[in-house]
Structures are given as structure tokens and as C-alpha cells.
Design a protein around this ligand. Structure first.
Ligand code: SF4
Length: 335
């Protein structure tokens, strides 16, 4: 029997932690003391989306709890392959907004640069779970086309690294890319969308912080944390390092049925985020991606929940409840 204490990550660097991450349902269930029948688990292969859960994240799961909110975000379950389950494989129609491979340009003044083709964790509700990153990420061969595009589009003032998880890129490569972007005069801001500071906090290295701190850009890191149980002292330490480097840190969460769909959980999430130096930014409704319908909540219930949350939190701790509608000029507030 594997247990939390035997997971190999303590005192390891982030790459070693990633290499030893759990990559199948069976090992994940053993690590938390459950059987497949208790949670209706299937293999990642059967679900068409690999199971991937790194040790630090698994260590925050409650042992023996089939309803653990962290476990249910990463475990492949039978509902994913339910016949006639709603959803599609590109719910945000991102292919439509890809002017050159490696860039998604949906909104005025800012672009997404797809700098990594994998993640450190596979979230079962991910709207990119069917994305073929081979077609979409910035490769060395595609980089000149991406830079040409940015140089030509003088209305673009902000570049957002996305993926996959852009912090899976080495510090050296981030430095090289950032230097190229800094040479484009009209760019002003640089943002990184990442779940790594939450799932493998040791990814926040002194080298990364130093490089971001000396950038001429205003730098923002938008992390992704859905439940207060995802926050521990290691996460707090990593966020503290980012804040010491003058990096603005915001959070986006996804509203997920049976994971964080309670006022108490969302209130605690906001207050815990603030305690460690993160401001709540967005609370996304679930995108209609195929395989994730079991996380979906009725819109009326989401609105009611949000109204209650609004009554309990000061404005600066209330994330904006939004949906992404393909073709809209911005995210759509739904309350
Ligand atoms: S970390 Fe983000 S991009 Fe990666 S699987 Fe999770 S939600 Fe998707």
C-alpha cells in the first residue's frame, strides 16, 4: 500500500517531482487508500485524457475520503464517458482565433501565446483536454512568425503565456522568450497563466523571480486554485517569493459541482488566497467540454450561490463570476 508519506517529492527539485508524479488511477487510489469501486474510477486511457497528479497536490488530499475535492479534480471517473454526455472538444472555438500557430488573439490589446504543450496536473474539467498541442504551441520554428505577428500588431500591449502550463518551460527558455518580447517597443505588460505554484510550489525558483523582477514589463501571474484545501505552507512560501519580486498575483477558479459549489468553501477560498498574497480575480462557469458535464452546475444555482457569496465578502475579495462565450469581445459577467 502506497501512502502519502511514501510519495517521493520532499526536498526534490520541481523537475524530479514532475517525473515522479502519479500517472494512473490505480496508483492514485492506492495513495489515498481507496478502491476503484468506491469512486467509480476508470483509467485515463479509457477516458481519453491521461491521469496526472504530482505528489505535493496528492499530499493535500484526505486519506480514505471518496469525496475529497482535490481527488475528484484529477481522478478519471466513469461519468466522463457517459453515452450522450453533452459538450464538445473545442468549446471556446480557439482554432478560429489562431492567426498564426502559437497565438490565440481573441480580445483587443492582448494575445495568448501558447508556450507549453502539457501541464503538471491534468484537471478533468479542463476546456483544453482535447487540444492537440502539437498544432498549437510555439515551437522554435514557429517563434519568428509569432514575433513578426506581435511586431505588426501595434495595438497589442499585453502578452499572456498560456498552454498547457507555461511554467513547465525552463527558466532559461522563459528568459530568452521574455528578452525577445521586451525588444518589441509597444508591449507593456506580461502575464503568466499557471497552476504550477499551487500544484508544485517549488517551481517558483529564485532565478525565475529575479528574471521577472528585472523585466521592463509590469508582470502578473494568474494562478489557478479551486479549493482552500489546495493551499498549504509551501504554496504560501512560493507566493511570498513572487510578491517579494513585485509580481502581482491573481487567482482564477472554476465553479465545479461537488468540488467548490458552496458559499462556505468559496468564502474560505477567497480569504485564504488573500492571506497568502493572492487576489481573487475570476470565478469561471464550466466550459462545455466533452467529458466534464458531471462538474456542471445549473446557471440559476450558480447565480444564487454567487449572490450569497457577495453578501459575505468585501468587494476586493469577490471574484468576478464569468462565462466565456466564443466570439465575445471579453469574458461575460453572468451576475
Ligand atoms: S492546469 Fe490548466 S491547462 Fe492544465 S489541465 Fe489544468 S486547467 Fe487545463
Amino acid at each position: 500500500m502506497i501512502s502519502h508519506t511514501s510519495l517521493q517529492w520532499q526536498s526534490s527539485d520541481w523537475q524530479s517531482i514532475l517525473q515522479t508524479a502519479i500517472r494512473d488511477s490505480e496508483t492514485l487510489l492506492q495513495a489515498v487508500g481507496l478502491t476503484a469501486d468506491q469512486v467509480d474510477a476508470i483509467s485515463g486511457e479509457a477516458a481519453g485524457f491521461e491521469v496526472l497528479a504530482p505528489g505535493p497536490f496528492v499530499s493535500r488530499m484526505a486519506f480514505g475520503d471518496p469525496r475529497d475535492p482535490l481527488l475528484l479534480q484529477v481522478l478519471a471517473q466513469r461519468q466522463e464517458i457517459a453515452p450522450r454526455a453533452p459538450g464538445n472538444t473545442d468549446p471556446l472555438e480557439e482554432q478560429r482565433f489562431t492567426p498564426v500557430p502559437g497565438i490565440i488573439h481573441k480580445y483587443h490589446g492582448r494575445v495568448l501565446l501558447m508556450s507549453a504543450g502539457s501541464c503538471a496536473i491534468n484537471c478533468r474539467y479542463c476546456f483544453r483536454r482535447h487540444t492537440d498541442y502539437a498544432d498549437t504551441i510555439v515551437t522554435p520554428a514557429r517563434l519568428p512568425g509569432v514575433i513578426d505577428y506581435l511586431e505588426a500588431h501595434t495595438e497589442v500591449t499585453e502578452v499572456i503565456l498560456s498552454g498547457g502550463d507555461p511554467l513547465l518551460t525552463s527558466d532559461r527558455k522563459i528568459d530568452e522568450l521574455l528578452s525577445k518580447l521586451e525588444a518589441i517597443p509597444h508591449l507593456e505588460r506580461f502575464r503568466i497563466h499557471t497552476r504550477l505554484p499551487i500544484v508544485i510550489p517549488s517551481r517558483i525558483t529564485p532565478e525565475l523571480c529575479q528574471r521577472l523582477a528585472r523585466s521592463r514589463f509590469g508582470v502578473t501571474m494568474v494562478v489557478h486554485c479551486n479549493h482552500p484545501q489546495e493551499i498549504d505552507s509551501e504554496v504560501a512560501r512560493a507566493i511570498g517569493q513572487l510578491r517579494s519580486a513585485d509580481i502581482t498575483v491573481l487567482n482564477q477558479a472554476v465553479l465545479l459541482k461537488n468540488i467548490n459549489d458552496s458559499v462556505m468553501t468559496l468564502e474560505k477560498l477567497s480569504t485564504e488566497l488573500f492571506r497568502i498574497g493572492i487576489l481573487p480575480y475570476y470565478l469561471h462557469t464550466l466550459d462545455r467540454v466533452h467529458g466534464a458535464a458531471h462538474f456542471s452546475q445549473a446557471l440559476q444555482d450558480s447565480k444564487r450561490l454567487y449572490q450569497s457569496l457577495q453578501a459575505r465578502l468585501p468587494g476586493y475579495l469577490l471574484p468576478k463570476l464569468v462565462s466565456e462565450i466564443p466570439g465575445s469581445t471579453s469574458k461575460t459577467p453572468i451576475y
